[in-house]
Design a protein. Structure first.
Length: 492
């Protein structure tokens, strides 16, 4: 359920005060908590004595952990992308994936560089490659925050779009930077102005940090607004993480330790950013499983409804019609055997339904007599047609075998199609054909008046749902000679 983000007054005018209060009620407490965390970290950095010097192992560990956490968060959020297929989610996954790859690359680079600083050109190449890729990742993040929220990816697999968005800029940047590494300036100078803990960054690095601050700040605000608009707690967590990343980049603009062996408060805030991203992924997974439980429950209810509709309800309908005929003074001794058989089937199916209701939810399904599904289908179709005085034929290629579950589902669709034809079309003949290895898995054709004008009811919806279980589509239309009705199940 999506709440109205812009409430209106009694005359239809926008009430900005109500809108702001509603937005603050949703985002205020977590935002205030994030602000307090940032203030506490910065205060501790000012209160505690500064580090005595560079710490290469800690830098490598920190970059590696951030890369691992970011990669895990991107992998978990990819599940959301597969579910929605939206461009904004693809951009978010690409942003996290590219940032994680950059951190892992920096960890490997710092670990392989000599401590004495003799590989200045390689060090500079690593720094400039990192700032370039982080700029691209920030652009992806902005696209995820402000892009069309409902637009889906079309004509391309979401996996391919994410892989291309990560690999293409990474490969191009690495080739360009390392080809020109001997001409690149040093990104950050440590110990400037005689201060062993002072840092001087190149003008382009400082400018890049300002651009990153603007991009991430805009993204954070957009995520927070969108989270309130669409009632999406996942986006709220993403906004908080992006806000922490913005504060970290402000710190890096003041003290650019990110491209050195020195670890300070900015690095702690950036690591907190990744931890919140991981928390966002966990929140999304929990909400996904909660929604999945609701879908499964609805699915099981629909399967029970189909079972009742296809079996017990049909038998009771036949018995009701027979009883009405007898009450009207018309005797049908020739139907005595059919009536006894219908009563027995109704009794058996009601007992089976009781067993299904007592079984674990995931074991629910259509009642099965234990016989071959196609043989049972032929018997049922011929019985239904005989009651209506209609000829019926069920055929499939001899010697070819169906999967047991597929045959049961196709049989349920065919049974419902025959019932619809007998009820609405008044045919003289019904033909059911099945093929195990063809794109058309099932075809039911009758020569009646057609049932397309009948209002789509539960039966037709049930057939479409059953076809979807086989990853197939249901098609209904006129018969081969533009008479009667034809129902087909076509595999995708």
């Amino acid at each position: 359920m999506t709440p109205s983000f812009v409430p209106t007054g009694p005359e239809g005018r926008s009430d900005a005060g109500v809108m702001l209060r509603r937005w603050w009620a949703w985002t205020g407490p977590p935002v205030a908590t994030g602000v307090l965390i940032v203030a506490a970290v910065v205060a501790l950095d000012w209160m505690l004595p500064p580090t005595s010097g560079p710490n290469r192992p800690l830098r490598v560990l920190l970059e590696g952990l951030q890369g691992a956490v970011g990669g895990l968060a991107a992998l978990l959020m990819y599940g959301r992308l597969r579910s929605t297929g939206r461009r904004s989610d693809a951009a978010l996954v690409a942003s996290l994936g590219l940032a994680a790859a950059t951190n892992l690359g920096m960890a490997v680079g710092f670990a392989s560089l000599p401590v004495d600083g003799t590989s200045v050109d390689v060090d500079a190449a690593l720094d400039w490659a990192a700032v370039t890729l982080r700029m691209v990742a920030a652009l992806y993040l902005l696209a995820a925050a402000v892009g069309p929220p409902r637009r889906r990816i079309r004509r391309i697999d979401p996996r391919l779009s994410v892989i291309a968005a990560v690999l293409v800029p990474a490969v191009v940047t690495l080739i360009a930077v390392f080809s020109a590494r001997s001409h690149l300036p040093v990104a950050v100078v440590v110990g400037g102005d005689g201060d062993p803990l002072g840092f001087e960054s190149h003008a382009l690095i400082a400018a890049a940090q300002i651009v990153l601050i603007l991009l991430t700040a805009t993204s954070a605000a957009a995520f927070l607004v969108r989270s309130a608009r669409f009632d999406d707690r996942f986006l709220l967590w993403i906004g908080l993480a992006t806000g922490l990343g913005t504060v970290a980049r402000i710190e890096f603009w003041l003290q650019p330790t990110i491209y050195s062996d020195t670890v300070r408060v900015g690095d702690a805030l950036r690591f907190a950013d990744y931890l919140v991203l991981l928390a966002a992924a966990v929140v999304e997974i929990r909400s996904y499983w909660a929604a999945e439980a609701v879908v499964l429950a609805q699915h099981e209810r629909q399967r029970l409804a189909r079972t009742l509709h296809d079996g017990l309800v049909q038998e009771l309908s036949f018995l009701r019609a027979w009883a009405s005929s007898v009450a009207a003074g018309r005797s049908h001794p020739e139907l005595a055997g059919d009536v006894a058989a219908a009563v027995e089937r109704a009794h058996v199916e009601s007992r089976q339904l009781l067993d299904l209701l007592a079984a674990p939810p995931l074991s629910l399904g259509s009642p099965s007599t234990g016989d071959d599904p196609l043989t049972s289908l032929r018997t049922e179709v011929e019985t239904l047609a005989a009651r209506a005085g209609v000829e019926a034929e069920v055929r499939w290629p001899p010697g070819q075998r169906f999967d047991q579950q597929e045959a049961a589902v196709l049989g349920a669709i065919a049974r419902e199609a025959v019932i619809n034809a007998l009820r609405h079309g008044r045919p003289e003949q019904v033909v059911v054909e099945l093929w195990p290895d063809s794109r058309c898995a099932l075809r039911v054709v009758d020569d009646g008046q057609g049932s397309e004008d009948a209002a789509p009811g539960f039966g037709r919806r049930a057939m479409a749902d059953l076809a979807a279980e086989l990853e197939a589509d249901l098609w209904t239309g006129a018969g081969p000679d533009s008479t009667g009705t034809m129902v087909e199940v076509r595999r995708r």
